[in-house]
Design a protein around this ligand. Structure first.
Ligand SMILES: [Mn+2]
Length: 264
């Protein structure tokens, strides 16, 4: 039997970047066979991210599948760290949906542990239940039956959509304490807004588990009608208040390595 515990899938449109980041930092885990790497060639961006990642997911041999950006650097022993976090989560929640290194908690605060272009974020306590997870690193189980929605298309928000799929099937999603370094920030471009529109059009027709979803980049309405509009307005007011409170705390000397997501 293969001892590969984790399959790590990446949609690659810049092979040099992939080789110097994800592949190089995971070389040891590949050597000791705890992880296998699956690169889905997407030179020229001919495939959408959901399509490319689903291709990788099908090829994965392990039940635990990590989908990461090509510009993510994993510290030594990251695979062991991930498996430990899964053990912690499974003590209370066997049927978890999606895990990630960084996301937005149910109260709208950042949750997770990451080093990126915006700084070092460490929002304890972890693992924490979240409403959405950032796409730079998502973890799922093959046997959960979850996969990416190819109709969503594009290169954004497929993590938020996957979290909604999991929630609608009764699974919970968590940010974990298995930090990685991500070399880019979120890019809110035209493709982002087009994908956000498709996300809204999809979930407003379904029984959306959340009226509004807050991602690490933006807040997106998912419910139509007056009810949806009111939920969206309330969520925005709450976000404004929360941001003010966070700003005050940061001015008082707190930083994102000491701020707890459950204290706001
Ligand atoms: Mn990236």
């Amino acid at each position: 039997m293969s001892k590969t515990r984790v399959s790590i899938v990446t949609c690659v449109n810049d092979n040099d970047k992939y080789e110097s980041c994800a592949r190089e930092s995971l070389a040891e885990s590949c050597q000791n066979e705890s992880a296998e790497l699956i690169a889905v060639d997407n030179t020229g961006n001919l495939l959408s991210a959901p399509r490319a990642l689903n291709d990788g997911l099908k090829r994965a041999r392990a039940n635990i599948v990590v989908c990461c950006h090509q510009d993510v650097i994993f510290p030594p022993n990251w695979v062991e760290n991930l498996l430990e976090q899964i053990t912690v989560i499974e003590q209370t929640q066997k049927n978890w949906g999606v895990l990630g290194t960084f996301g937005v908690a149910e109260n709208g605060m950042f949750a997770g542990h990451i080093i990126d272009v915006h700084g070092h974020f460490w929002c304890e306590p972890l693992p924490a239940e979240v409403q959405s997870l950032d796409e730079h690193c998502l973890i799922m189980r093959k046997d959960s039956g979850l996969n990416f929605d190819e109709n969503l298309g594009g290169f954004h928000l497929y993590g938020a959509d996957l979290c909604l799929e999991a929630l609608s099937k009764g699974m919970s999603n968590f940010a974990i304490d298995a930090p990685v370094k991500h070399l880019s920030g979120g890019k809110v471009d035209a493709d982002f807004f087009e994908t956000a529109d498709r996300l809204y059009k999809k979930w407003k027709q379904l029984n959306t588990p959340l009226p509004v979803i807050q991602t690490t980049c933006k807040m997106i309405r998912l419910q139509s009608g007056l009810k949806g509009l009111i939920s969206y307005r309330i969520a925005r007011i709450k976000r404004k208040r929360r941001r003010k409170k966070v700003k005050k705390l940061l001015q008082a000397g707190y930083d994102y390595t000491t701020l707890r997501h459950d204290s706001i």
